[in-house]
Design a binder for this molecule. Sequence first.
Ligand code: PHE
Length: 449
Amino acid sequence: ATPAAERSDLASQLLHALDKEAPLLSAESFPDSNYTDLKAALDRLASRSMVQYEAIQREEVYLEAEGELIATHGSHEARVFEALRAAVDGLTIQELEKTIGDKNISKLGQGKAFRDKWITKTKDGKLKAVADSIHDAAREQLLSIQTSRTVSDPKALADLKKRKLVRVQKVIDFKINKGSEFALEIPEEATDLTAEMLATNAWKTATFKPYNFQALGAEQRSGALHPLNKFYTSDPMTADMPSDHTHWDDVKAVHQDGKYGSIGYRYPWSKDEALRLVLRTHTTSVSASILHKLAATKGPDGRPPPARYFSIDRVFRNETVDNTHLAEFHQVEGIIADYDLTLGGLMAMGITGLQYKPAYNPYTEPSMEIFAYHPGLGKIVEIGNSGMFRPEMLEAMGLPKDMRVYGWGLSLERPTMIRYGINNIRDLLGHRVDLSSVQRNPAVRLGKA
Ligand code: PHE
């Protein structure tokens, strides 16, 4: 039977026992039931006012291992006496020890048996039983404790405890009485009020299961913010307005209403949003700022000269961390600005075995995600993103119409994983990096490669 069924059995047994005799003492009427089951059954009945009960604490005396031994085989002195009585000619001390099988018991038993005049020493040095019969009071006391679980004389109890023959244990009994709703059967109880009960009017006569306000309830799992998440700034500091207002106004116009042939995003551009200082999700902000500077640079022909720029820096993303994603990583970004560049130049940049997938970036068109094969993971993983910067972005910064800029942002970590056979990005960056695995990686022995 399930524990619940056993408990309901016990509840019904309790009701029947109470019907015959009240009040009841659980120790007498249900000596074999354990405390938890009994309390659960009683609480169930008490919550329905079918019984009432109180808990009574008392002490019980239990035999320790040595006490058990004496209760079964007799006291040490009695064992010495019995062994000698069985040997008509008496026994030497060594023979006695052998018969009893325990040097210590034999020694302790002799002393007491001598004092009680149960045994004596013969002229030839042997030990002999002299009493006709003995009364093994120590054993009898322990046997009586085994059944009564009490010792009436406190001094005797203290002595037994001191000799480590018994221990005292606290037990709880229940004194049980009939309650105002006492009955032999627990009425059938509804746990829920159902639509059917409402429709049939059954709710009027139904007995509802009482709420158990003592129940601990199911453990609630609640959301929690990792302390580092509180990093995130809900109220970030704001940047100063840029001194160059033309650029500011042009950017606003491109976003909100469209300009330079673009129809724009047509949303209300927010100055406050633009000035928020937040952790950047990519280094393209660095590229944009450098392009703005390039626009103001005059080459030999008075126009911005062709240029190449690179940056390597840390970026932050709201990612679910896994084998290939971290919330922080490094980006290696490159941009090339020149007159009459084409997408083909971007795609043939010297790294082979790459694959491209059309993508969308608000600042490049076309845009392409860059993929490479990771042999360890056995699949193609994204290693970066790229594209031709849009004219409405470049012109807003003051770059000439025929200057083309393309760029790419590679994650530093993903290509490194591919190159050095690392399957988990967390082994490469972050708090879980195992320094010994860095030592073991063959890459560290390959110099600059
Ligand atoms: N900013 C893009 C990213 O983080 C990368 C990129 C850089 C794309 C430059 C185009 C041009 O994914």
